[in-house]
Design a protein around this ligand. Structure first.
Ligand SMILES: Nc1ncnc2c1ncn2[C@@H]1O[C@H](COP(=O)(O)OP(=O)(O)OP(=O)(O)O)[C@@H](O)[C@H]1O
Length: 554
């Protein structure tokens, strides 16, 4: 986990450390790309020479030229396949590396704490920006390096023909840059607009998907469709402008390439001693050399959107932990339930309104404490602070072992902490997939029988036709096939699998009918003692089962 908040001046360079494992592969692809381009140049030169020889002198080229030509064809076929194969696999690895780093950052920055953050925007960054960068690092960097190296080699190769010939090539390069530079800002502006418009579509799509029920309930389908169509039109209009601009810039560059080829040709024919049969080869070689260079110049001058994407990704990756300190390393793994010692805990969301006023609380190992309080008093906030989803603005939370050892919760390593403390909320997420898939999120190696046992303990035995496929039963997106009560028990079972030392429940019983609530209370009674339970609830009947009750004052 990288928690730096420093942003390098060039974000494209700043992302490099996050792909450190891929550099050897990227250099390899660049080398393969160079060899492939070289084979193309050789093929063009030799092919033109052989044709010129046949047309101008009615001669067949020596066998060695045939051999080199055929070797170049074979080499190109093999290298093109290999290049595609390796660059695709690098692309996927880079995609995965950047996305993992991003999700890590998002997880640390916990978007829900920040009202300014929007899942749609984060999704646009994680998907669109990362894809753009994946292409840049896996293909473009190699392509740029390849065309630059070949261009320098080409100039060196033409020097023996005279400084005018090599000079014409250099002049052509300068012209390419000169026609591209003036449009730089406009291209960047258009690119940024398209990116922004795409992000707006993503934001809307996420909102519409999340609000499907409301859209249907209020009959807003047409309105939603119109909104989506309007935003998509903005993308379309921007993309058209950008495409026209790029096409114009491309034509100008092609004109430059053509001019350069003519200039090289004219410089070469003015040289005495150059056999005319080589002139077509010179033209073909210059053309095949300049085409990727022209593309490279275009790419370099259009890097602004990539920089903007890299900036967004880097910001996501570098989201400071709410705690903003170096990762904790203490391995604290005592046996049995843990107590909690909360001292003067305070927390404020980004809006500046205190959500939790100074709060102190002692929970003994194995105790079952109920927390009540008026709506908005900060119970959920406290629950999330206890499980270290957010860090307090001030005050402390300590874990206390049965033998009296007390450690700062934030000093404990992430892995160790997550093995000991867990949270079940009223709307804890359930993912699309089978029962087992969901359970394995908490406990990757859990067996089917352990899952069945945990579900049974949580009061959700998988019996009856509905669960005919047992732990392989698919429960649908967001657990749609579960009722509210079943969902609560399902999430409780998932939490029980890790055998937590502290179990925090936030309104887990809120949507249960009295019978299910009693079943849950019974389950908690059964595990009380082996684990410490902190239950946040409004319900008198849930709180009544606790050893002790704490009322959270406003
Ligand atoms: N992400 C957030 N951003 C800004 N303010 C928030 C956020 N989440 C909660 N709040 C505010 O913090 C305060 C405490 O909220 P919290 O959800 O902790 O209360 P609660 O006691 O659990 O309420 P309830 O019983 O209604 O669930 C409230 O004033 C709430 O409006």
């Amino acid at each position: 986990m990288i928690s730096t908040t420093r942003t390098p001046r060039n974000p494209l360079l700043g992302l490099i450390p996050h792909m450190s494992g891929e550099w050897a592969a990227i250099v390899w692809t660049a080398a393969v790309g160079i060899l492939n381009n070289l084979a193309l140049i050789v093929l063009a030169v030799i092919g033109s020479y052989m044709v010129a020889l046949a047309v101008m002198r009615q001669e067949v080229a020596a066998p060695v030229w045939w051999f080199v030509g055929i070797a170049a064809v074979v080499l190109r076929a093999v290298l093109t396949w290999h290049e595609m194969d390796t660059s695709h696999s690098i692309a996927y690895r880079i995609l995965a590396a950047l996305r993992m780093a991003l999700f890590d950052g998002f997880a640390r920055g916990v978007p829900s704490r920040k009202p300014g953050q929007h899942t749609g925007k984060l999704a646009a960054t994680a998907m669109g920006d990362v894809e753009k960068l994946e292409f840049f690092y896996a293909h473009t960097v190699a392509q740029l390096a390849g065309s630059a190296i070949l261009f320098i080699a080409g100039v060196a190769f033409l020097l023996p023909l005279g400084p005018e010939v090599a000079g014409a090539l250099l002049l052509g390069f300068a012209a390419l840059v000169a026609v591209t530079l003036p449009g730089l800002r406009r291209g960047a502006r258009l690119g940024a607009r398209v990116q922004q418009a795409r992000s707006a579509v993503s934001v809307l799509a996420v909102d519409l998907l999340a609000g499907t029920r409301e859209i249907l309930g209020f009959g807003l389908q047409e309105h939603a469709q119109r909104q989506l169509a309007e935003r998509s039109l903005v993308v379309d209009a921007g993309q058209r402008k950008l495409s026209s601009f790029l096409a114009l810039a491309g034509s100008l560059r092609e004109l430059c390439v053509l001019g350069t080829v003519v200039a090289v040709f004219l410089a070469a024919i003015s040289k005495p001693g150059l056999d005319a049969v080589w002139l077509p080869a010179l033209v073909a070689g210059t053309l095949t050399l300049l085409a990727p260079v022209a593309e490279g110049v275009a790419t370099v001058t259009q890097l602004q959107p990539h920089r903007a994407s890299a900036q967004r990704v880097l910001e996501g990756i570098s989201l400071p932990s709410d705690r903003g300190v170096a990762p904790a390393v203490l391995e604290f793994d005592p046996n049995g339930p843990l107590g909690v010692e909360v001292k003067n805990l305070q927390f404020t969301y980004d809006d500046g309104q205190p959500a939790l006023r100074p709060t102190s609380l002692s929970v003994a190992p194995g105790e079952h404490v109920g927390i009540s309080g008026r709506s908005g008093a900060g119970k959920t906030t406290l629950a999330r602070l206890l499980v270290r989803l957010w860090a307090p603005d001030s005050g402390s939370i300590s874990l206390v072992s049965r033998d009296g050892r007390e450690v700062d919760a934030w000093a404990v390593s992430e892995a160790s902490f997550r093995r000991m403390v867990t949270l079940v909320e009223q709307d804890s997420p359930v993912f699309h997939g089978s029962v087992l898939d969901n359970m394995r999120l908490a406990c990757p190696n859990v067996t089917a029988s352990e899952v069945l046992e945990a579900l049974e303990r949580a009061g959700l035995p998988l019996t009856g036709d509905r669960w005919a496929e047992g732990v392989d039963t698919v429960i649908g997106e967001q657990g749609m096939s579960l009722s509210g009560g079943e969902r609560a028990r399902f999430c409780l079972a998932r939490a029980l699998l890790i055998k937590p030392r502290i179990l925090v429940l936030d309104e887990t019983s809120a949507s249960l009918d009295p019978a299910s609530e009693q079943a849950l209370v019974k389950t908690l009674g059964a595990i009380a003692g082996e684990t410490t339970i902190i239950t946040v609830s409004h319900r008198e009947s849930t709180l009544a089962a606790c050893d002790r009750r704490v009322h959270l004052a406003d």
